[in-house]
Design a protein around this ligand. Structure first.
Ligand code: FAD
Ligand code: DLZ
Ligand code: SF4
Length: 523
């Protein structure tokens, strides 16, 4: 092929609808896909995450070749692999002598920094295209954010509802109104779990020969990384991802809304969609999923609280955190407004703790490279916040352990949503909670070694005393926040001895924590 266009496709850009290949002709294009050490090791990803990405990349390359595209695929073990995206694009330019490189903007700031050097580095035209798999472009988000004193997801979400027309109706006078009358049914997403909940199981996709080969590669090269490979059932192709989406829409969406915040010991998926890995890789189109959800409501197949809740997570939170990430990088990665310094305890890696809620959340994380939202937010995240864990260690942990983790989505959720390290730019208050919240929303506490109803002293739930210690320590920063301030009147009404008991209990517990015995996250 004489002077083709070279199209590098990154590991989380696996769709034939990608801006860089949409509309291109096959006889004029060489697609480049690269397994590189830099990406596989910038943190020590969960083994399942590496298997998922390499397997999905290899399947996508095969799909493209079957459809007649020329794909130059560099495997991790290829002898001359340079180890980096930039190095591999340079080598591919030597091989193919392209007239231009067309690439879609990276999801991550770290990678984009390198990509921004390509026009100077390479002796051919380089075009970096917007990633239009998102409803809101980065420029549009910047415009929306400009001049606003505070950014709130709810305001942004309403704009996205209007833009997409999802769950919007004409009121007969030419005005668009939210379907059902309300923009947000969050208050109907908080049912406690029932005694006997029996959610249908999600489909588990048996590894085929390609996945099996990658599993062996990962065991061989990344054997010391966190996580189990005993079960690997993630969708690695578009077909499998669509089957997973069918299972959600046919079997689970009805209960997704009411039980969105519920947690049950040993029931890892409940009614969640389990689609984040496929959406983030590009195997599923987020807008199409939302349209399907809206249709399920229109057809009477799912209630409004489920459908609105699902759509809110995707065109609301997912789009919002992405815009927020690009608006606040690189500072977001360093933010530590609460000056939290404590080392991440070892049990985040081993699950060895008597706190039953934490142990279960780490277990599912290790076994499935997944925990559902409220486990990430109100158990693992809440503990990190109220124990004052160092944001950089917590960020690394979340980036390592989840199969759906890329910095653009992980970092805002961790630094800003759970740790309040950005000082409230993203969330209006810290999501700090005592054991009461976990007890209400889960069945964890009944069989825990700690007592959730015991506030202080031996055997009391650590969340109870840590909560008050956190509030006390951060009073200067939080008291003026109208959504938090009234907590201090409760604290002040306690007598001094009681307050001291809380603080002593928390200190004793914190003193018993073992920091991680090795660096699980970085080489
Ligand atoms: P469902 O509960 O079925 O939700 C549907 C979809 O909504 C998800 O697939 C996802 O695409 C989207 N979504 C929901 N909540 C969020 C959110 N807060 N931010 C962005 N998208 C959202 N999600 C990731 O994709 N990658 C991450 O690295 C990640 N890290 C997180 C870290 C923390 C501390 C928290 C609190 C949340 C994080 N999330 C992350 C968001 C959310 O927990 C996962 O998207 C969700 O658990 C994935 O499971 P699911 O597909 O079953 O989601
Ligand atoms: C996460 C990841 C891993 C583990 N390996 C690769 C890889 O070898 N090649 C690749 O193209 N992408 C990989 N990825 C995903 C990238 O980290 C991701 O595409 C960028 O960081 C942009 O979000
Ligand atoms: Fe978690 Fe406390 Fe409940 Fe135990 S008692 S499961 S530590 S919230």
């Amino acid at each position: 092929m004489a002077n083709p266009v070279l199209v590098p496709i990154l590991g989380d850009q696996l769709t034939r609808n990608l801006a860089s290949i949409r509309g291109r002709t096959k006889d004029d294009t060489v697609i480049l896909m690269m397994e590189v050490w830099d990406e596989a090791t910038y943190v020590k990803h969960h083994k399942q995450k590496i298997v998922l990405i390499f397997s999905a990349m290899r399947h996508f390359a095969a799909e493209l070749r079957d459809a007649g595209w020329t794909v130059d695929y560099v495997k991790l073990t290829d002898e001359d692999n340079s180890g980096s995206f930039t190095g591999e694009v340079a080598r591919a330019i030597e091989r193919h002598d392209p007239r231009a490189v067309h690439v879609v903007h990276s999801g991550e700031w770290r990678v984009q920094q390198d990509m921004d050097q390509w026009p100077d580095k390479f002796d051919c035209e380089v075009e970096i295209l917007d990633d239009d798999r998102f409803v809101c472009s980065l420029a549009e988000f910047r415009d929306w954010a400009e001049d606003r004193k505070t950014l709130r997801m709810e305001h942004f979400y309403r704009e996205m509802r209007k833009k997409t027309g999802l769950l919007m109706n004409e009121d007969g006078q030419g005005n668009l109104r939210p379907t059902g009358g309300e923009w947000n049914y969050d208050s109907e997403n908080r049912e406690s779990p029932e005694e006997e909940m029996d959610p249908p199981e999600r489909p588990i996709f048996e590894p085929d020969a390609i996945t099996q080969e990658v599993i062996e590669l990962v065991e061989d090269r990344f054997g010391s990384h966190f996580g189990s490979l005993e079960i690997f059932g993630w969708p690695v192709t578009r077909e499998e991802a669509e089957e997973a989406a069918d299972a959600f829409f046919n079997e689970r969406i009805k209960c997704f809304g009411p039980y969105q915040d519920a947690m049950v010991h040993g029931q890892d998926d409940l009614y969640h969609s389990m689609l984040s890995t496929s959406i983030n890789l590009g195997l599923l189109d987020p807008l199409e999923l939302c349209q399907r959800a809206a249709k399920a409501y229109a057809d009477g197949e799912a209630p409004i609280n489920s459908v609105e809740g699902f759509i809110r997570q995707i065109i609301g939170w997912r789009e919002y955190v992405r815009g927020f990430y690009w608006l606040h990088m690189p500072h977001l990665a360093e933010a530590n407004m609460l000056n939290a310094q404590r080392r991440l305890p070892e049990f985040y890696w081993t699950g060895e703790t008597e706190m039953r809620c934490m142990a279960d959340c780490v277990r599912t994380t290790r076994e499935n490279a997944h925990a559902h939202h409220i486990q990430r937010l109100m158990v693992l995240g809440n503990f990190a916040l109220i124990a004052g864990l160092d944001p950089r260690e917590v960020q690394d942990w979340y980036l390592v352990v989840y199969a759906d983790a890329y910095e653009w989505v992980e970092l805002p959720n961790v630094a800003a949503m759970i740790l309040y390290a950005d000082g409230g730019k993203l969330a209006s208050k810290p999501y700090a909670a005592s054991g009461n919240y976990i007890n209400k929303m889960s069945d964890y506490c009944g069989e825990c070694a700690y007592s959730v109803s015991k506030k202080v002293g031996e055997g009391s739930c650590p969340f109870n005393s840590l909560y008050w210690r956190f509030m006390d320590q951060n009073r200067d920063r939080l008291e003026s926040n109208a959504r938090v301030g009234r907590v201090y009147s409760t604290w002040d009404r306690m007598n001094k001895a009681k307050r001291q008991e809380y603080l002593d209990t928390a200190e004793k517990f914190l003193g018993s924590l073992q920091p991680a015995s090795k660096d699980w996250a970085r080489n």
